[in-house]
Design a protein around this ligand. Structure first.
Ligand code: GDP
Length: 323
């Protein structure tokens, strides 16, 4: 036995191994599928929501009994911004608990060799130290607006740990920072800042508008990771990491909302002015993950914010803007 956190699985050696990527149509799942396909994996098992409802325990268990995947990556979740979390708290806690409980338990029962659970940075206390280390988990009260989602995700991490402890089952967890990229939600009000600004600047450019409204003061700091970098980290973790502790997945790079807005404006090619709507909330002043554990294992993010924005804007123009 080697160091348990460095044991390599045979994840990359057998490209015909059956892999179930749950949530393959979302921002995260679709990036993981692209990455696995680009690496030559040929046996991906994918089910749309209408083909398999992950909240139904019987259906999930029957699926696993029939398919018996070797590896499982759980990227399916009910997600949304502050407004959705506030409006549908029951859905956020119940659907996420149901999905993860069903998929984790059936994966274990049907002999999955390795399992990866994904969450987000909102699992951490509202007043966690910055950059946020993994061991800040459960050290203080959560941000109340997304505690329903966060509690479910924390339960998922703990469930993976419990199965590892009780059954020596190889279940691991990764917690990504703010993600962006293809297949993001570009809704004008309900989306996160990066896709919201991309859409607003694009529409302003097309309509020859002189000004664009941006929320808040522009001073908050945020960290962004391109979803293709996350997919790269997911493969890295499946191959190299086997530990009890969840690991942060971040770019380690912060940007002010003002600088982000300027960069998105440049990438989109909008030539008017930014007007700051300070009646809108800034939110938390800073949210940066401590990614030193993952970097210490040998992974590095590769996509700069500028390159990632160019890629995302090209996809937006081809797939969303003209629809
Ligand atoms: P947060 O990271 O959970 O605060 O989520 P957001 O991505 O929604 O917001 C990040 C920051 O961007 C906040 O300071 C917002 O006020 C600011 N922001 C500026 N313009 C926009 C916008 O059009 N949409 C959103 N969602 N945020 C914006």
């Amino acid at each position: 036995m080697g160091d348990p956190t460095h044991d390599s699985s045979d994840f990359l050696t057998d490209k015909s191994a059956k892999i179930f990527v749950a949530g393959h149509r979302g921002l995260v799942g679709s990036a993981i599928v692209r990455k696995l396909q680009s690496l030559g994996f040929t046996n991906l098992v994918l089910r749309s929501h209408s083909e398999l409802d992950l909240t139904r325990q019987f259906d999930v268990d029957s699926f696993f009994a029939a398919e018996k995947p070797r590896f499982v990556i759980l990227a399916a979740a009910k997600v949304g911004g502050i407004h959705a979390n506030n409006t549908y708290p029951a859905d956020f806690i119940a659907i996420n608990l149901q999905i993860q409980t069903n998929v984790i338990d059936s994966s274990f029962r049907h002999g999955v060799k390795k399992f990866l659970f994904l969450g987000s940075s909102c699992i951490y206390p509202k007043l966690a130290p910055q950059p946020i280390p993994e061991n800040a988990l459960l050290t203080g009260p959560l941000e109340p607006t997304n505690e329903w989602y966060a509690i479910a995700k924390i339960a998922g991490i703990k469930m993976c740990q419990a199965y590892r402890i009780q059954y020596s089952w190889d279940a691991i967890s990764g917690m990504p920072t703010n993600l962006y990229g293809r297949n993001d939600n570009f809704h004008p009000e309900n989306s996160h800042v990066l896709p919201a600004l991309m859409r607003r600047f694009h529409e302003a450019k097309v309509n020859n508008a002189k000004q664009v409204l941006v929320w808040g003061t522009g001073s908050p700091l945020r960290e962004f990771l391109h979803v293709d970098d996350l997919a790269d980290a997911v493969v890295f973790l499946m191959d190299k990491y086997s530990g009890l502790e969840h690991l942060n997945v971040g770019s380690g790079k912060e940007v002010t909302i003002k600088d982000l807005a300027e960069l998105v404006k440049e990438v989109v090619g909008f030539e008017g002015d930014l007007v700051w709507d300070t009646s809108k909330p800034d939110g938390t002043p800073r949210k940066l993950m401590d990614n030193s554990k993952l970097l210490g294992l040998g992974w590095t993010p590769k996509i700069s914010l500028k390159d990632g924005l160019v890629d995302t804007y090209k996809w937006y123009v081809e797939n969303v803007a003209g629809q």
